[in-house]
Design a protein around this ligand. Structure first.
Ligand code: NAD
Length: 478
């Protein structure tokens, strides 16, 4: 596939390309342009031109266009989902589901557009008024990771477009195809050209986009080190930032919890997308009286999950590449060396259907300690560490003893204790007694090193608007 700049398919200026590989077997799915600074410049200028018309397009028209794009995503979810399946390896149904769910977010953002208002405080003297209005922030660069490429782009694109901005998107080098296809879907649905450009390339392309003088905002989802590098580079031109970075989220299971329900929720959440999931449960602190029962339940659930081999079906796909897979392997080896007990999984599967891919099985490690890498560093793989604790207070202290603060989870029948633990967790979102998907209507984001700013709902749209204060004066007729 080529890239989409100003509504047309284009090659890189230098003509170079790179391969997109299928994580199930290493085969080449397609080639995409290896874009450089000249391509970044071309896309940004196309966005700037398009935005001049879009920012003054009446909101009702913007809403209609955005809703048409959402519907087109639903209509063509199979097509986009098939590409996502090929480049990411996740089972097809989950990929189609990602497209459908992302379309809902686009609709929600569109509806938030209709609720945007300017304000006029009533405190002014006769002949004077102050209007506090909202302007679109400017051209937006959206840089996304591989794990939920469509969802995480929609977090940004839907909010930016409805606010009146134009976007240059740079998808992950591992999974650019679904984003490119999406640009085609949006243009076919009537999105004016230049508002949604997609350039493909590696880190150097991201750096060129961040350093460019024209964009006013960088919306980034990805790792903490990349987020810090982007924040430092963006400071040079004082670009606005939304950063959704890594996580290492903890669950606390109290002795009075419904153990079956807790284990079910933690298994579902911790192994979703083969653990390539920023706010997944990475570590669990369990009060001693229910520690063994919880471990048995979680480990049974983990070992019942099947891996989907190349050409076959199963619950979980492979990891996206060897680098991501190596983190799980390293953390499990470290835990084993420090006395951790591997209850299930722990070794890379080989044999037919697995040998050519980046597979790692759902893995539960018991008797973990705070020194283990698994209990300190993001895994981004299907490994969960479980540690016994003497009290909920100890669990809370361990949960908060992390540089990350994306999510937290509490399981207890005692509502008062549950609320106190939820309030005590240093995290952008917390769940009590079950783990539902993060809702599109409410803010999503992290505290501490997990990020800056919030996405989704009206909070997401706010992040693409600047306040503008207008002081008006006139002669009051006698
Ligand atoms: P990554 O940080 O390696 O790459 C993400 C994107 O940033 C890619 O498009 C990459 O090319 C680009 N990039 C990397 N360095 C850059 C730089 N210096 N300047 C500009 N662009 C740069 O992340 P990944 O491996 O694709 O994804 C995994 C990470 O994403 C994990 O740490 C995970 O926690 C995080 N993540 C966070 C959330 C969230 O909402 N908080 C959601 C999903 C993933």
């Amino acid at each position: 596939m080529e890239m989409v700049i100003d509504g047309t398919w284009q090659a890189a200026t230098e003509g170079e390309t790179f391969a997109v590989l299928n994580p199930r077997d290493g085969s080449v799915v397609d080639h995409v342009p290896l874009a450089g600074p000249q391509d970044a410049d071309r896309a940004i200028r196309a966005a700037e031109t398009a935005m001049a018309g879009w920012r003054v397009t009446p909101m009702t028209e913007r809403v209609a266009v955005q809703k048409a794009c959402a519907q087109a995503m639903r209509d063509r979810a199979g097509e986009v989902g098939a590409l996502l399946h090929a480049e990411l390896g996740r089972p097809l149904m989950g990929c189609v589901g990602e497209i459908l769910r992302s379309a809902d977010l686009l609709d929600i953002y569109a509806e938030e557009g209709l609720r945007l208002v300017a304000e006029m405080p009533l405190g002014s003297a006769p002949g004077e008024r102050i209007i506090v209005t909202r302007d679109p922030v400017g051209v937006v660069v959206a840089i996304t990771p591989f794990n939920y490429p469509v969802t995480l782009l929609m977090f940004k694109l839907g909010a930016a477009l409805i606010a009146g901005c134009a976007v240059v998107a740079k998808p992950s080098e591992d999974t650019p195809l679904s984003t490119l296809k999406l640009a085609e879907v949006f243009h076919d649905a009537g999105l004016p050209k230049g508002l949604f450009n997609v350039v493909t390339g590696k880190r150097a392309l991201g750096e060129a986009l961040v350093a460019h003088k024209i964009p006013r905002k960088i919306a980034f989802t990805g790792s903490v080190p990349a987020g810090k590098a982007i924040a430092a580079a963006a400071a040079g031109t004082m670009k606005r930032l939304t950063l959704e970075l890594g996580g290492h989220s903890a669950a606390i299971v109290c002795a009075d919890a419904d153990i079956d329900k807790a284990a079910a929720a933690i298994a579902r959440h911790g192994f979703a997308n083969t653990g390539q999931f920023c706010y997944r449960v990475n570590r669990v602190y369990v009060e001693r009286p229910v520690y063994d029962a919880f471990l048995r339940n979680l480990s049974d659930r983990a070992s019942a999950l099947t891996l989907a081999p190349a050409g076959g079906d199963g619950d979980l796909g492979p990891l996206v590449n060897e680098k991501i897979l190596a983190v799980s392997e390293r953390q499990v080896a470290d835990a084993r060396a420090r006395g951790g007990r591997i209850l299930t999984g722990g070794a890379r599967p080989m044999g037919p259907g697995f040998a050519g891919g980046h597979y790692f099985p759902p893995t539960v490690v018991a008797e973990t300690t705070p020194e283990m890498l698994l209990m300190r560093e993001e895994t981004f793989g299907p490994v969960i560490g479980v540690q016994p604790v003497d009290s909920a207070a100890e669990a809370l202290r361990l949960a908060n003893g992390s540089e990350f603060g994306l999510a937290g989870f509490v399981f207890t029948h005692d509502l008062g204790r549950g609320l106190a633990l939820c309030e005590g967790l240093e995290a952008g979102s917390v769940w009590l007694n079950d783990i539902q998907r993060s809702s599109h209507h409410v803010p999503f984001g992290g505290v501490k090193q997990s990020g800056l700013g919030r996405e989704k709902g009206r909070y997401g749209v706010e992040a693409y608007l600047e306040y503008k204060t207008m002081y008006l004066s006139w002669e009051v007729p006698a």
